[in-house]
Design a protein around this ligand. Structure first.
Ligand code: PA5
Length: 453
């Protein structure tokens, strides 16, 4: 990657410094540097899930099968329905929504299923696709997750009724474990084209495996450039000089702010296409750090929209927040504010300004106001919203959360807490093997108090 400026991420953190003394900052830097050594030496908990560290270059070298399959999907389908949840869905959606022009209906459109249990949504999705050529990409590492498995059961039958079993099989793509799980068995029996999720890459770190790359490529985005961006950021994120390594600096600031009592981080983007990057970020940080009674709670807002709703709380509510703004220093398409002969709306003072300039002042004004309101804030500045910069941003966040998790003393690569709801749900749904839990839960439910009005 020769053009480093396309992937350079900057952090402006002046609005955090009066909340942190130099001793706290130094101590935090020590912890994240130690975490960096643990990561590089692969000596920490969860080190069997460090496949993501070297993934960008490896994925770039093995991209051809993904690109060939994406091309096939683009020639056979107007709509690709991606079935997956959590780490098996959010990365693809984050990148696609960031990089596909809004309202663009050219080429293959990617729609989503299996990320909740709402029958009306699924019915509506099938109805909306009734007259369009469809392909499915069902994604599940375990192959047994309830939400995508349920959606796949419905959509597979729908595809087989529409196309016949053989043609449906040529339109269904499965991304799953190399050997294990129900999805692997079905895929082998039916002869679906399959892609493998590596054993050493956890769901929330899997966006640069075929989990993310296949749907992203099918939507027409340049996945080679996305990976180039991640490769470039990998070089930067290995540096131990926090002045040249924004991932290390970000991890340091978060660690120091958390220990100073700021337990909630609000990621605030100023670009609607980045809304799902923030959703992906929430999973990455929430699942990686939130355990053992510790961790920063990751929240997200989309500005300036949410300045008119959550802005009140952020400015003036309980003071346990810090904020991370996400802003692109250049935008692809922009509009100039026109002048009006009769200045009835009083906006002629903006005539000739570009929307990007107005947005930049909205960011600056917000950062200063929230800082004055007691919310330390930093701004992550992207050079643009391009495949390369988004690839760099994904890798930047992955590295930062690994450092943050180790600095906090947790295993950033497991997620034991997500099993509890599944156990209860299975018991209530009468899944064989959960009988005892069911009895216990029913006894608890019978004691619940409720009112109606
Ligand atoms: O990060 C994770 O591990 C989770 O979000 C999983 O990706 C999610 O639960 C989906 O799991 P699976 O891919 O096994 O269906």
């Amino acid at each position: 990657m020769s053009d480093h400026s396309a992937t350079r991420i900057r952090i402006d953190y002046g609005n955090t410094l009066d909340a942190l003394d130099s001793k706290a900052l130094d101590a935090a830097l020590g912890r994240v540097r130690d975490a960096q050594s643990v990561l590089q030496q692969r000596s920490g908990p969860g080190s069997e899930f460090l496949g993501w560290v070297d993934l960008p270059a490896q994925a770039r070298d093995a991209l051809q099968p993904v690109q060939d399959t994406a091309e096939r999907i683009r020639s056979q389908a107007d709509v690709l329905i991606v079935i997956g949840i959590g780490g098996s869905y959010l990365g693809a959606r984050a990148v696609i929504e960031a990089l596909r022009p809004p309202f663009d209906s050219a080429g293959t459109q990617v729609l989503y299923a299996g990320h909740h249990i709402d029958g009306g949504y699924l019915r509506g999705l099938m109805d909306a696709c009734a007259d369009r050529r469809v392909a499915l990409n069902v994604i599940s590492k375990s192959g047994t997750t309830t939400e995508p498995a349920l959606a796949f059961r419905v959509l597979r039958q729908w595809m087989e009724e529409r196309y016949g079993r053989q043609e449906a099989a040529a339109r269904i793509y499965a991304t799953t474990d190399a050997q294990r799980g129900a999805l692997r068995r079905v895929a082998d029996e039916e002869g679906y084209t399959t892609f493998v999720i590596p054993d050493d890459v956890g769901g929330r770190f899997s966006v640069l495996t075929p989990v993310g790359l296949l749907p992203i490529a099918a939507s027409g985005i340049d996945v080679a450039a996305l990976l180039d961006g991640a490769v470039a950021m990998r070089e930067t994120a290995l540096l131990d000089d926090a002045d040249r390594n924004p991932a290390l600096r970000y991890a340091q600031l978060r660690d120091a702010l958390y220990r100073s009592g700021k337990h909630i981080e609000v990621l605030a983007s100023f670009h609607p296409p980045l809304t799902y990057v923030a959703e992906w970020w929430k999973q990455l940080f929430g699942e990686s750090e939130g355990k053992d009674g510790k961790g920063i709670f990751p929240a997200a807002v989309s500005n300036t929209t949410d300045l008119h709703s959550m802005g009140q709380y952020i400015q003036d509510g309980e003071r346990r927040l810090f904020e991370t703004f996400l802003f692109s220093e250049s935008v692809g398409t922009d509009i100039e504010v026109p002048s009006a002969v009769e200045d009835t709306d009083g906006l002629n003072f903006l005539a000739g300004s570009r929307f990007a300039e107005v947005n930049a002042d909205a960011l600056r004004g917000t950062a200063l106001a929230h800082h004055e309101g007691g919310v330390p804030n930093a701004t992550i500045l992207l050079p643009g919203i391009t495949p390369a910069s988004i690839g760099a941003l994904l890798y930047f966040f992955e590295t930062a959360v690994a450092l943050g998790g180790y600095a906090l003393g947790v295993n950033p690569f497991d997620q034991p807490g997500v099993e509890a709801y599944k156990r209860n749900m299975f018991a209530l749904l009468r899944k064989p093997g959960f009988e005892e839990t069911r009895e216990r839960l029913l006894a608890r439910l019978s004691g619940n108090e409720s009112i109606s009005g």
